[in-house]
Design a protein around this ligand. Structure first.
Ligand code: AMP
Length: 545
């Protein structure tokens, strides 16, 4: 027997429609190339998203067409999220930090027809324009072409405001199958070509509802969100949809993500929740320390994800600045939030040190994401907090394949679970600890050493600004760890770092050597780029081997 409930499809347009109707006066504030700070309300945003929807339809955008963006977080990017998806088109958010060759590959592979760019990316796009085979029209996210350095280099470029002007601020949002695609995002592709994750209206709405739970992220209409995580990195972790659904105020930082710019926006706009990768927080915390700033007026919570949050960062936020940290884990393929670091029942009474033990893990599961770990033979391993294995996930907003990739079967096990490529432990309470990416673990004498745990431990040393650990060939042990450090000021004594580490990790985990560098390479989404680091040290061998 079927239930007797309305079968209303889950549509992205319904989120902004709701915000405009019931939170119509709430602000979205953004920094753009042509506005120091632009302010408007959900009501106005909805009107302009509808203008855009009408403009795109008139231009000839059809359901299923890919509409690409190469842009920072701001109000026009926000309007594309809703205006293009609302008419059944697919918003393809492209990461401008990728190499030009990767941009060409991704946009051609996606078959993008229309491209929206921030003015600052015009020279980059001009340099690859003749290789972009499917793009028919490029719009620049500004009022005029004045913001573009050399508009003649991109013939036919039209400002966004010109595109939407004159179009009606009302459209009857079409209602269609909720499984229709709404967004496309390519993974950063640390190995092989980037792969496209194709979200649907249904998966996006389900993800929004789930992360809205208080234990996960849980935003309220009284909150003010500043997503530092870019809208091109897994839909800004779904936060833009969540804030809109909740009717929370949003502050879009544009391209200025340095410590001072963020601090000023937090203070001036009354931000209560923010989200970003550890490298961004390193800059903010560094700037605050240098400028003698302690605490914030309104900021209550910082969401950290995308890469492991070092314990020292969690301690600085919580102990020095009074900001609660939610350290979460996820993947582009998972929409993307997969775990939450918010404490569970009974944990508020634990000593702070113990709470930080939990917060330093990758968090715990919630309804919506199933996790399991398995050995290389595919057999499931116990959830005892000890056994470490390949991490698999399953759920209604997790990718079931890749766009334009006929055979994505390698990415799934026989029962359809997605292989994350992470190696982790799981405990009976659902707390998960990533020990490494499967390709980054250091295999020493048949045992595994976690590069992430060593990095995190090293980051606590006062002389260390950033740390990365890679495996280097060793004639006896196969591989041993090399610790690469960006010093915080003068390079610390190697012996002092090793002594510090010996209190934190097993003796046989201690790095065989330490190298000091000026900079550690990062991927386009802020992760340590181990491949490049390994290349950098390809001629290195340990002393006395
Ligand atoms: P992406 O799809 O670019 O967001 O990358 C997903 C990958 O980032 C995961 O599979 C992890 O390897 C890594 N990652 C994300 N969040 C965390 C975290 N909190 N701790 C450690 N690694 C993380």
């Amino acid at each position: 027997m079927k239930g007797l409930m309305m079968d209303r499809p889950l549509m992205i347009s319904s989120i902004i429609e709701h915000a405009a109707l019931y939170h119509g006066d709430v602000e979205i504030v953004s920094r753009t190339a042509d506005h120091k700070l632009h302010r408007y309300t959900y009501r106005e945003a909805h009107g302009r998203a509808q203008q855009l929807a009408n403009a795109l339809t008139d231009w000839g955008v059809k359901p299923g067409d890919r509409v690409a963006t190469l842009a920072w977080n701001d109000f026009r990017h926000y309007e594309i999220y809703f205006g293009a998806a609302g008419i059944g088109a697919v918003v393809h958010t492209v990461n401008p930090r990728l190499f030009p060759d990767q941009l060409v590959y991704i946009m051609n592979h996606a078959g993008d027809r229309v491209l929206f760019i921030d003015p600052m990316f015009a020279p980059l796009v001009a340099s690859i324009r003749d290789q972009l085979t499917s793009i028919e029209q490029i719009y620049v996210l500004s009022g005029t072409l004045d913001e573009v350095e050399d508009p003649d280099a991109l013939p036919g470029l039209i400002p966004y405001e010109e595109l939407i002007s004159g179009h009606s601020p009302e459209c009857d949002w079409p209602v269609f199958d909720e499984n229709t695609a709404c967004g496309l995002c390519y993974t950063s592709g640390t190995t092989g070509n980037p792969k496209g994750v194709l979200y649907s209206h249904r998966s996006t709405l389900l993800h929004t509802l789930v992360v809205g739970q208080k234990d996960v992220i849980g935003l309220s209409s009284r909150d003010t969100l500043l997503p530092v995580v870019p809208m091109f990195h897994a839909n800004a972790w779904g936060l833009v949809y969540l804030a809109t659904m909740a009717g929370a105020k949003q502050v879009m930082p544009g391209k200025n993500l340095d410590g001072e710019s963020l601090y000023r926006l937090f203070e001036d706009e009354g931000v209560t929740l923010t989200a970003g990768v550890p490298t961004v927080w390193m800059l903010l915390l560094g700037w605050m320390k240098e400028n003698g700033k302690k605490g914030f007026s309104t900021l209550k919570e910082a969401l950290i994800g995308g890469a492991a949050a070092p314990r020292a960062m969690i301690e600085a936020f919580e102990n020095v600045h009074g900001v609660s940290v939610c350290h979460a884990w996820g993947m582009t393929e998972m929409s993307p939030v997969g775990t939450t670091g918010n404490l569970k029942r009974g944990m508020d009474d634990l000593p702070v040190e113990k709470q930080h033990d939990f917060k330093s893990t990758q968090g715990h599961t919630f309804w919506g994401v199933d996790l399991k770990i398995a050995g290389d033979d595919g057999k499931e391993l116990p959830r005892d907090g000890e056994a470490s294995g390949n991490l698999y996930v399953r759920g209604p907003y997790i990718a079931s394949g890749y766009f334009g990739d006929e055979d994505s079967s390698d990415a799934f096990d026989a029962d359809g679970w997605f292989r994350t490529g992470d190696v982790a432990t799981l405990d009976p309470g659902g707390w998960m600890k990533i020990t490494d990416r499967s390709k980054d673990v250091i295999k020493s004498g048949g045992e595994w050493i976690s590069s992430i745990q060593l990095e995190n431990a090293a980051m606590g040393h006062p002389g260390v600004k950033e740390a990365a650990v890679i495996g280097i060939h060793h004639p006896k042990w196969d591989e041993r760890p090399l610790l690469v450090i960006v010093p915080d000021g003068e390079a610390p004594e190697k012996a002092s770092v090793l002594e510090y580490l010996s209190e934190k990790v097993a003796k046989w985990w201690l790095p065989d050597d330490i190298a000091f560098v000026e900079e550690i390479p990062h991927t386009a989404t802020g992760k340590i780029q181990k491949i490049r680091l390994r290349e950098q040290f390809s001629d290195y061998s340990f002393p006395n081997t």
